[in-house]
Design a protein around this ligand. Sequence first.
Ligand SMILES: C[S@@+](CC[C@H](N)C(=O)[O-])C[C@H]1O[C@@H](n2cnc3c(N)ncnc32)[C@H](O)[C@@H]1O
Length: 422
Amino acid sequence: MMSKILKSFWIILDNLPRLKESIYKFYAWRIFEIVPWFKKIIYKFYDKFWYLELSIDSKNQDLSKNLPNEFTIDIKRLNYYIDYKIYLKNKNLNIDKNWDNSSNLNKIEESNEFILLKEHFLNKKKWKEIDLYHILNDQLTQYKKIIENSGGNQFVELLNSLDKLYQNFNLEKIKTKIKVGIGSRGEFILIEGIFYVSLLRILDENIIPIVVIVRHPQWIKFCNEFLKFQAIHGEVYQPLIHPDLNLKTAYYSDERFKTIKDSVKIKTGNVLDIGANLGFFCHSFEDLGFNCYAVEVRSSNVYFMKKLRDIEGKKFKIMNKSIFDLKIEKEFEIVIALNIFHHFLREKKLYTELIEFLKKLKMKTMFFQPHNPDEKIMQNSYVNYNNREFVDFIIRFSCLNKAILLNEKVDSRNRPIYKLIK
Ligand SMILES: C[S@@+](CC[C@H](N)C(=O)[O-])C[C@H]1O[C@@H](n2cnc3c(N)ncnc32)[C@H](O)[C@@H]1O
């Protein structure tokens, strides 16, 4: 019932773009500044029922149009291949919900193909001197016309082409040779092209071109939810970690993380990300070896952040709270406060809470990205600092006392990044 009402409401809005835009603006800020208690009620309601948005049938989310099938991934993401026999028995993996079960999968590095190539290229043995050559040749003749060979001469031709590739490697030459499926948890599973993947591993290549030929229904469901969420909210704030969700419309590149990373000299410690959104910075800092804590007030963001964290096998802790409700005992080596503190300049109450929060926060470094004070949404704020005033405000109320400007502009937005230290 509720979702029917929402659907009809959305259809009306789709046909009245000007009204839609005004409602977005209204929903965003203006009315909340005038009547703050209204904001509390709206957000309470939204945090409880946000998932109803996902039942809105917006036109913009055709998965096949939004998600390209040919792209490159980090080779570390492709570790398993599906058993040939399972693949042969069930060529249309779309209908088998269990195709990605671990019992159907084997490690690429333990495959006969990988060992054969290792013996030849690294241990310098001739193809025919390796026992596996004969075993594989027999096997491939048996499973004719599968994968990239059909046995007999074609196997020899394939090995000759691998010899040439090894001598004169060019990624372009294998652009469409590696076919993969994406499993229920977003994992990449090799279906065709094991010889090429093995060669890339032996050559120590990091990037691998793939063609996605099947996506597990559960993964498709998640992608659809995400695309709907994106279509409704108009933008995704952070780059998404999973390569299949590399949406073209993502607001930010990883330029901000590169800027920050280049100025971090330590290798471990606690990181607090305030207003963590989809968790991009926690993913990135965890990769560097840090212990990360994400605080995010909106349940909808937390839903996707948790899913993305689990898909990537990350461990960072997610706290679905306002930063002001957080009881923090720890000292953080790094605090990330990007595009967040200006939200608290809008109302007097939030402004006071921010000051109290800054006084309590124990940290060694903060990366801070202020807003652009000329932006329209800040016009009626309780306070509207320019960048330098905002930095001085943080220094005045926190344990930090020096600011370094790292970057004036990132992602072509007038929002600089500062490093604040003791
Ligand atoms: C403008 S976005 C910035 C996201 C992220 N920091 C970045 O720059 O990529 C602000 C984020 O802070 C969250 N947020 C707003 N108020 C918050 C609060 N009081 N406590 C925790 N998170 C909050 C919002 O839900 C949103 O995800």
